[in-house]
Design a binder for this molecule. Sequence first.
Ligand code: NAD
Length: 351
Amino acid sequence: MKTLPQPSDRAFVPFVSVANMMRLVHTIGLERMLIELAGYIEEDFRRWPLFDKTPRVAAHSAEGVIELMPTSDGQQYAFKYVNGHPTNTKSGLQTVTAFGLLADVSTGYPTLLTEMTLLTAIRTAATSAMVARQLAPEGAKTMAMIGNGAQSEFQSLAMKAVLGIDTVQLYDIDRAATQKAARNLAAHGLKVVQCATPESAIEGAQIITTCTADKQFATILSDNMVGAGVHINAIGGDCPGKTELAPAILHRASIFVEYPPQTRVEGEIQQLAEDHPVTELWQVITGAAEGRVSPGQITLFDSVGFAIEDFSALRYVRDRLDGTELFQQLDMLADPDDPRDLFGMLGRARP
Ligand code: NAD
């Protein structure tokens, strides 16, 4: 059992590798982690006005995007480095990879460095489910999962753990991706149905999740595919020029977003006029704005992923690490005996 560095020993930064993140997930249990993390995210959405907020800083290329996502609540500061490269999978690389850092605002010293590829999938799924808890029709039991890549199993299990769905209907243009997701989900207590068309995946579903990757304006859902009363959880459109829904759906739906200045650039609503009304999710959570108001309403979570969700995930991991063996101490910060004698510290390594 290891304890996290105390303020007197801040030269060492706890680092969670991919291997240790996998162990942490198994130690806690994935579904429990999704539920607990949804709670942390909801807690941080409740104190939304406290946070420093800025649209993420994106460097675009023909193949994808690299982004930095910073935020702070005044006590702790966090950032995530994340990429999105839809063509990566063709060369055996992932579409999305990430790592992130948490720091103490009062000293500026980092308090956690961690892999965030797995953690992003878990936090994105926890956010989807936390939002669906607010917006999905009552008693939702069936979800459609369109796009069966890296995020899809996490998305499905979060809706089961947090919302109680019992059936997932899978569809992907690549049949092998659907088979992979069905295999992975087989022993997790969900009825898993593999569908040959997006229409059959949507049939009877109260929640429709779209999580595809393509750097273009795509139409994963066309207007005639979406009936009254459903909740759409649109994950995949998260970049300028990369969307999943036909604009007509957006005109029929009540649209809920994380942080409008970022979503207007990156989300499905980039297809709409700049003043098209949207509701900020944190206001639904605090009760300042209405969520679902009628059974026939189409609710849409135009998810792009916001820094505060990563902040919550980092805060959660840091809270769950103490007393475990699941981190290494990184010698990442210089610690001269006299803080002003950085030069003198070099003497420690003199050959
Ligand atoms: P991935 O490449 O592993 O999977 C994407 C899947 O979509 C692939 O299996 C592909 O075959 C499928 N697909 C592509 N076009 C399709 C279509 N027309 N119909 C059906 N399926 C189609 O990617 P991933 O890691 O699962 O991520 C998916 C998307 O989610 C990416 O665009 C990523 O940027 C986005 N994402 C968003 C958030 C967020 O917070 N909103 C977080 C993580 C990832």
